[in-house]
Design a protein around this ligand. Structure first.
Ligand code: ADP
Ligand code: MG
Length: 475
């Protein structure tokens, strides 16, 4: 049989594989390529200097035994270090290091590439020893599928998440992009997928990271000249979860490095999960090539939960906290807090707290006060200008028409409605409302409010105008 670099290396690999853990084999030996065989020296190509140091540090004995079996006592190993993703530098950086010349490498705990600023957070990059290669997943076990309640608003995203968790990298949902507004469960779902994967496939390396932290680490790595280690680290991951990728907007360096990491992971059948507060089409200042990658897999939207889902989220929260609450209160909270699960939880938590601190019964009255606070605090201030704009748009006229002196009935009605809503939704005085809506006096505004009240009771069509406009103005 012809002895080639490849055949020698393959024999070495099968020996090595039998002697170390599968995960370690996969991480440190699969990426190696054999390059050349001259006499009794075999050249192998490794992806970074860091990689070479790690092999020398941890596997030199094993390598020696393996190679001696193949090439005899005088066997030599030559490393070729090849950075495959060297950006802005087309010529790969190549360095040959004969293993016999190596200086002794100090035993070290790997600390690549960046230290965390806050000490209480675990450094995601500490790999505490070869026998137990472990990258801290940074997952929050409290965010799991079990307590991520299903509803029409999240069904697609949730089941795509479950499919990905069952077969990471093995579905067409790669990347899986979960998008939706604030407080709708993106972070929760992202963790849940990771937690589920860790549960099903403990040997897989999962990493959750916010786009913001990823960016900080990248910038730091550039400063410290450890960009290749940064890239290398991320290329080792089986399931990469990046939260809030809209944060990459306008950050071309980070986008570039992420693009390369993404391609590497994707090509190697690794799973990527992303979240964003916008759909890919609405993302700004993100490079086209990256956006097109986002669209390769599945984009699934999280929408505002419907009433039933809001009720079950509330019930579940109360159940987990072991708190009982009258049905009418749950119903009241679910009816009045509509857009955001975080607020929904916030309101119920304050309710529980209020009632236990003050030893008060949770009454509908207390619920009303608390919900009002929540809704008021989050509602954007409506201005008189805005009201005039909304009312004019609704009746398809210009603001100047609405303010004009004309006595045409439909214009007068629009003007009166604008005054009525200005009184209802702002703290402005009658006089001030009058002066802003076509320079009228306070008596005119008062008359307008009374007229609207009357018509609301007697005129069905007019009632509908009020309801429609109330909805538009409370959005
Ligand atoms: P986002 O990342 O989209 O801003 P989060 O994932 O932080 O939102 O969710 C906000 C809060 O709402 C979290 O406490 C989360 O547990 C909760 N939440 C969101 N969606 C659900 C759901 N479907 N079931 C249960 N809790 C949810
Ligand atoms: Mg979030």
């Amino acid at each position: 049989m012809n002895v080639t670099a490849q055949s020698v290396w393959e024999n070495c690999l099968s020996f090595i594989k039998d002697n170390i853990q599968p995960q370690a084999y996969k991480t440190w030996f699969e990426p190696i390529k054999s390059v050349k065989l001259t006499d009794n020296s075999l050249s192998i190509q490794v992806p970074s200097k860091f990689f070479y140091e790690w092999l020398e540090e941890h596997y030199v004995k094993l390598l020696k035994v393996a190679l001696t079996r193949e090439l005899g006592e005088n066997a030599r190993l030559v490393y070729v270090i090849k950075m495959e993703n060297t950006y802005g530098n087309k010529q790969p950086f190549t360095e040959k290091i004969p293993s016999s010349n190596r200086s002794h490498v100090q035993p070290q705990e790997l600390d690549v590439p960046i230290k965390n600023k806050s000490p209480e957070l675990k450094n995601p990059f500490v790999i505490p020893g070869i026998r137990n290669i472990k990258i801290e997943s940074q997952l929050n076990p409290n965010y799991n599928f079990e307590n991520f309640l299903e509803g029409d608003s999240n069904r697609l995203a949730r089941s795509a998440g479950l499919a990905v968790a069952n077969k990471p990298g093995g579905t067409s949902f790669n990347p899986l992009l979960v998008f939706g507004g604030v407080g709708l469960g993106k972070t929760h779902l992202a963790h849940a997928i990771g937690v589920e994967i860790k549960d099903k496939y403990p040997e897989k390396t999962v990493l959750y990271i916010s786009a913001e932290k990823f960016t900080q680490q990248y910038i730091e790595s550039v400063k410290k000249n450890t960009r290749n280690d940064f890239i290398h680290f991320y290329q080792l991951i089986d399931v990469l979860i990046i939260d809030d990728v809209q944060f990459f907007s306008g950050k071309t360096g980070t986008q570039d490095v992420f693009f390369h990491i993404f391609n590497h992971l994707h090509q190697n059948g690794k799973q990527v999960i992303l979240t964003s507060d916008k759909a890919p089409v609405d993302m700004q200042d993100i490079e086209q090539r990256l956006l097109s990658r986002f669209k390769w897999g599945l984009s699934a939207e999280l929408q505002s939960p419907d009433y039933e889902t809001r009720v079950s989220i509330l019930r579940n929260k109360l159940y987990r906290d072991g708190v009982e609450m009258p049905e009418e209160i749950i119903d009241y909270v679910a009816k009045n807090i509509k857009t955001n699960v975080r607020e929904l939880e916030g309101a119920i938590i304050s309710l529980i707290a209020q009632s236990s601190f003050n030893k008060k019964e949770v009454t509908l009255d207390l619920a009303t006060q608390i919900v009002e606070k929540f809704v008021k605090n989050t509602k954007r201030e409506v201005s008189i200008d805005y009201i005039q704009k909304v009312v004019s748009d609704y009746f398809q006229m210009d603001v100047s028409t609405l303010q004009s002196k004309t006595r045409k009935r439909h214009i007068v009605q629009a003007r009166q409605l604008a005054m009525f809503f200005a009184k209802k939704f702002t703290k402005a005085s009658l006089a001030s409302i009058g002066s802003q809506i076509g320079k009228r006096d306070h008596a005119t505004v008062l008359h307008a409010c009374k007229t609207v009240d009357n018509l609301a009771e007697t005129d069905k069509q007019f009632r509908k105008y009020i309801d429609d406009l109330t909805k538009k103005l409370s959005q």
